[in-house]
Design a protein around this ligand. Structure first.
Ligand code: ZN
Length: 285
C-alpha cells in the first residue's frame, strides 16, 4: 500500500464553491495559474502514479489572511467521498482563541487523521510553550500525528524565521509519544532535519521538496551534495515518508524522482509504504 503523505486539495473542482473562494486560495497558497481538477481525474492520476492512498492537508489562516484554505468541515466531507483513497488531516489556527476547542472538534467530531501546521504562513514559533504545548498534549493523548511545513514555503506572507526545523527539538523531546513529520525535508535545512529524525524516534521527514530544476535533478542534488543516499539507507530508512506536494508537483514525477535517487530497494519500500503506515497508525488496515 503506497501512500503519498503530502498533498493539498484546494483546487479540486467539487470543493471550490465560488470564484471568490478560488481567488483566496490562489492568492494565499501562491499558485495562481492552476486549473481546477475533477476529483475523478485526480483519483485516476493517483492510480496512474501507483499510489493507493493520499494524505490531504488543509490550512487555517484565520489570523494571518482572514480565512481557511479549506475548512475542517470540508475535509471531513472530502474523506467521506473517497474513504479508501483520501486520508484527511485538519488544521487549526494556533493564534485563535478557539484553537483548542477547534482541535477537539477536528479529532473527536470529524475524526480527521492528523493536524497540518505551517508555522511560516501561520506566523507562530512551534516551540512556543504557552500557545502550542496544550495543542501537543491533546494530539499526543489521542495519538494524532502532526505535519509541520518547515523550511522554504512558497506561500506569500510566509516567513522563514518560523520554519527552521531546529525549532522542533524541544517539541520532540517534551512530547516523545507525539509523532510529527518535517515537510520538504526542511529544505534548505536538510542536515538539521536529518539530525532531528536520527536523534528522536517520534520525528519523521517527508520528501515534498522541489525548489529548482526538475524533481529528478533536485533529488539528485539534495541526496548527493547536501546529504548522501547512504545516510538514508543506513541511518534514516525508517524515518522518511513519501510526499509529493501535489498540486505544486505531479505525483508521478515525484515518485519517479524518488526511484532514481539512489536508495536501496528495501529503503524505497519503507519510504513509500511501511513508514507512512506506521506514521499514520494504519497498521492492521
Ligand atoms: Zn504542503
Amino acid at each position: 500500500m503506497i501512500i503519498d503523505v503530502h498533498a493539498h486539495p484546494y483546487f479540486l473542482k467539487e470543493m471550490c464553491g465560488s470564484e471568490e473562494q478560488v481567488k483566496f486560495r490562489r492568492d494565499n497558497f501562491g499558485l495562481y495559474k492552476i486549473a481546477l481538477q475533477d476529483i475523478d481525474l485526480f483519483k485516476r492520476q493517483i492510480a496512474a502514479a501507483g499510489i493507493d492512498k493520499v494524505v490531504l492537508l488543509p490550512l487555517d489562516l484565520s489570523s494571518t489572511a482572514g480565512g481557511t484554505l479549506m475548512s475542517n468541515h470540508d475535509m471531513k466531507y472530502l474523506e467521506d467521498l473517497a474513504p479508501d483513497t483520501f486520508i484527511c488531516f485538519g488544521s487549526i489556527d494556533p493564534n485563535s482563541k478557539t484553537a483548542l476547542s477547534d482541535l477537539r472538534t477536528l479529532i473527536k467530531d470529524f475524526g480527521l487523521k492528523g493536524i497540518n501546521f505551517n508555522p511560516s504562513s501561520q506566523h507562530f514559533f512551534p516551540n512556543d510553550k504557552a500557545i502550542l504545548y496544550p495543542v501537543y498534549e491533546i494530539a499526543q493523548k489521542y495519538n494524532v500525528p502532526i505535519c509541520f511545513h518547515m523550511g522554504m514555503s512558497w506561500e506569500p506572507n510566509s516567513l522563514l524565521q518560523y520554519a527552521n526545523p531546529l525549532l522542533l527539538e524541544n517539541v520532540a523531546k517534551d512530547f516523545p509519544d507525539l509523532k510529527f513529520s518535517i515537510s520538504h525535508f526542511g529544505w534548505p535545512w536538510v542536515v538539521e532535519s536529518c539530525i532531528l529524525a536520527m536523534k528522536y524516534t517520534n520525528v519523521y521527514i517527508d520528501t515534498s521538496m522541489l525548489y529548482f530544476d526538475s524533481p529528478r535533478e533536485f533529488f539528485k542534488y539534495v541526496f548527493s551534495s547536501q546529504i548522501q543516499p547512504s545516510w538514508i539507507d543506513r541511518s534514516l530508512s525508517n524515518k522518511v515518508l513519501f510526499g509529493s506536494n501535489y498540486p505544486r508537483i505531479e505525483q508521478l514525477r515525484m515518485r519517479e524522482a524518488l526511484e532514481y535517487a539512489g536508495f536501496r530497494e528495501e529503503t524505497l519500500h519503507k519510504i513509500l509504504e511501511l513508514n507512512p503506515i506506521r506514521f499514520l497508525n494504519l497498521q492492521g488496515e
